[in-house]
Design a protein around this ligand. Structure first.
Ligand SMILES: NC(=O)c1ccc[n+]([C@@H]2O[C@H](COP(=O)([O-])OP(=O)(O)OC[C@H]3O[C@@H](n4cnc5c(N)ncnc54)[C@H](O)[C@@H]3O)[C@@H](O)[C@H]2O)c1
Length: 329
């Protein structure tokens, strides 16, 4: 998140001690700034701290969530009130190394929950995904549609949701999470199957065009990062008694790949976008929801998206243009 997005959320409960795992990724670096802007005392962790200015001047710890002893030691040292558990390997990367994906996403989440229990963490926020769903979905996918994922990423995220609900029921841990759509922001994406969407903008700006790895009629839910960050903060601050569940679908917009290409042609005149479906990634896309029903999030914690495709394009394009220009230097 850039400074122009400003603080998020209407609530004021400053001074929470917050630890973020996987903080060096696409969501993490923006989330750190959003949390700091609202007055939280923020501690970042990832496999390795980013170099130089990328660390935002925050305290960073090296943390591999697959190592329970490391997780315990950091939680014992920091004693955070709230943990945002982002560390994960995403869908496309995950299919290249499913066992590592299992270790990071499933064992890592168990280690975080167990350390939270042992060291008195009040709340754990989990970032789940539309990848928890599988083939045979209705046109609008609600929270309680059966979870039949086809990727190791999806399998481990379902397990993470269920583990968190277990710790909530058994140990009284305040576990909450959202199922993110594919996210777009002003950084290069981290190996997800929704990457074709941000890459249409970025590669068109950088090289004048992009060959998308999907069919033009592919359609999955997408969201602009400022909405995703606001969801993470607002869900965390919502009164527990209003929440009827631990994990919530959240939705913003669901364009087809062709509609994104048309939108890119509007904001990057002359962009040449073509389609050459990659069978593996297309199969994953075809197994995901076309649109999410986020009625429960709207009802329980007043979730509303603020960004649609056109508004996002106008805001994101100059930021991605600057990124593409830096890449060309
Ligand atoms: N970006 C999206 O479109 C999207 C969509 C749905 C859900 N999510 C979820 O949001 C969260 C953040 O995703 P992101 O886009 O920032 O991903 P990312 O790949 O950009 O970042 C993930 C971070 O986790 C770290 N990591 C990997 N293995 C680790 C380990 N063993 N120990 C500690 N850290 C480790 C990586 O170094 C990386 O910085 C993830 O849980 C992801 O599943 C993201």
């Amino acid at each position: 998140m850039t400074a122009s997005h400003g603080p998020v959320g209407p609530h004021t409960t400053p001074g929470r001690k917050v630890l973020v795992t996987g903080a060096g990724g696409q969501v993490g670096l923006d989330l750190l700034q959003a949390l700091r802007a609202r007055g939280d005392q923020v501690f970042a962790s990832d496999l390795a701290p980013p170099s130089g200015d990328a660390g935002l001047g925050l305290p960073w710890s090296s943390l591999d969530v697959t190592r329970a002893t490391q997780v315990d030691a950091l939680f014992a040292e920091l004693r955070p009130d709230v943990v945002y558990h982002l560390a994960a390997i995403l869908s496309a990367t995950g299919e290249r190394d499913p066992l590592r994906t299992y270790a990071v996403n499933q064992d890592g989440t168990l280690h975080v929950l167990e350390a939270a229990r042992k060291f008195g963490v009040r709340q754990v926020i989990f970032t789940s995904t539309i990848a928890v769903f599988g083939p045979g979905l209705p046109p609008l996918v609600g929270d309680d549609v059966p979870l039949r994922p086809t990727t190791m990423y999806g399998v481990t995220k379902v397990a993470g949701e269920l583990l968190g609900e277990y710790y909530s029921r058994r140990h009284g841990l305040d576990f909450r999470g959202v199922r993110f759509p594919g996210l777009l922001s002003a950084v290069l994406p981290g190996g997800g199957t929704s990457d074709y969407a941000p890459l249409m903008y970025y590669e068109s700006l950088r090289t004048g065009g992009y060959e998308a790895f999907c069919r033009p009629d592919s359609q999955i839910p997408l969201m602009y990062m400022p909405d995703a960050l606001r969801a993470l903060v607002e869900l965390s601050l919502a009164p527990r008694e209003r929440l009827g569940r631990c994990i919530y679908n959240i939705a913003a917009f669901s364009p087809t790949a062709q509609e994104i290409a048309d939108e890119v042609a509007r904001v990057v005149p002359g962009a040449r976008i073509t389609f050459k479906p990659d069978p593996a990634r297309q199969a994953i896309l075809d197994s995901w929801p076309r649109a999410l029903d986020d009625t429960c999030a709207r009802r329980d914690w007043d979730w509303r998206p603020a960004w649609d495709l056109a508004r996002m394009s106008d805001d994101l394009t100059p930021k991605l243009a600057a990124l593409a220009a830096r890449a060309g230097e």
